[in-house]
Write a protein that binds this ligand. Structure first.
Ligand code: KG4
Ligand code: ZN
Length: 353
């Protein structure tokens, strides 16, 4: 495009038609029958193979749907970290070939930066703002001061909330549940929780006395594991069968997760306001990542933002989970800011962290 703004206009026009765009990271939603539905988790070599088989078609479709020819591109933006090495490697080598063929600049993208900036594609949001990223692989709170200027306020000390919800869903064998067998673990928990009563199980939120903004989910996972084991005994059923109390367990784990996330976020908002890092009257909290599509968790966060005079913003659900649009948008943000645009890609490789 002649200007980054033209690129933005094109992305805004077409993002709903782009079927998952060009997703170079872990590929839960990339394929009609994704590896996670068949296996209950990503198997890296399978994901890699599926990336190899699909990447060319997906790139062609993305260009076709947007009505642009490769020569019109301003640059090629690709995730280089963090993520599954095998999948990111496929995206990266494909992109570097394109860069070489088309003689375009290359913009390496950090997956979490892309999640954080997505909101600026769909809403007018100025820096600084607070971002909460909650997904299957990540959990962090950061103050976003600029396109590549992040102050990390807190992160998970063990696993991410989506990972924990996926593990609980797997332990509850929700993949065999007639109503939620095709959903991701987190979505299945949300679906089932609506039919359950959270008061049937009393689970303490993690880290209630920690004076920081970090998170922890593995203790919660173990507590829920124990509850499930106990219930299996009581109901006299084998591991792998569906408990009659599965919906109550889903409701309790979702509630505890929401409380924990909301409390840590509340601390972060207060910290930023006290230090003058965020405006007292019109601060913005952006919530993104796959777990942000959970409406119960969003409502808990709404209570926090209402109490602290903040505005809560979430990208549309399809832009909250992993997608290629956010990578393209991050590229445009970097083009506009003149940041990290490489004209020589020698030595560029996948970076694990
Ligand atoms: O951001 P994402 O698509 O991929 C990465 O992990 O980077 O997030 C996927 C995670 C999965 O763990 C999935 O179970 C969770 O987001 N998730 C949800 C919901 N939808 C997806 N968790 C809770 N409630 C949901 N509705
Ligand atoms: Zn992600």
């Amino acid at each position: 495009f002649e200007t980054p703004d033209q690129g933005k206009a094109r992305l805004l026009t077409h993002w709903e038609q782009l079927d998952y765009g060009v997703q170079f990271t872990s590929s839960r939603k990339f394929f009609t029958i994704s590896p996670i539905i068949l296996t209950g988790g990503i198997i890296p070599p399978v994901a890699q193979q599926l990336h190899k088989e699909n990447i060319q078609r997906i790139v062609q479709e993305a260009l076709y749907t947007s009505g642009i020819s490769p020569s019109e591109l301003s640059a090629i933006a690709t995730t280089i970290k963090p993520g599954l090495a095998l999948s990111l490697g496929v995206g990266l080598s494909f992109s570097l070939q394109l860069v070489d063929q088309l003689k375009k600049p290359f913009i390496p993208i950090h997956h979490m930066e892309a999640h954080a900036l997505t909101i600026r594609l769909t809403n007018e949001v100025d820096f600084p703002f607070l971002v909460l990223l909650v997904s299957g692989g990540h959990c962090l709170l950061a103050l976003v001061r600029g396109v590549s200027d992040f102050l990390l306020l807190g992160k998970s000390l063990d696993i991410a909330p989506g990972d924990m919800l996926d593990k609980v869903a797997r332990r509850l064998s929700l993949i065999k549940h007639p109503e939620c067998s095709t959903m991701s673990g987190g979505k299945a928990i949300e679906y089932l929780a609506k039919q359950g009563n959270r008061f049937h199980f009393d689970i303490n939120p993690p880290m209630q006395h920690a004076k920081n903004c970090n998170f922890s989910f593995s203790g919660l996972q173990h507590v829920v594991d124990k509850i499930i084991m106990q219930k299996e005994k009581e109901e006299g059923i084998e591991k792998g069968q569906i408990l009659s109390s599965a919906a109550d367990i889903a409701a309790a784990v979702q509630h505890t997760t929401a409380c924990h996330i909301a409390k840590r976020t509340h601390r972060a908002i207060l910290f930023c306001k006290q230090r003058g890092l965020l405006s007292q009257s019109n601060a913005v909290l952006v919530v993104s990542g796959g777990v942000a599509s959970n409406l119960y968790i969003r409502r808990a966060l709404e209570i926090v933002t209402n109490a602290t005079q903040c505005t809560l913003l979430c990208p549309p659900p399809r832009l909250c989970t992993d997608n290629g649009i956010m990578i393209a948008w991050n590229g445009i943000e970097r083009l506009r800011a003149g940041l990290g645009i490489l004209h020589n890609v020698e030595g560029i490789r996948y970076e694990p962290k």
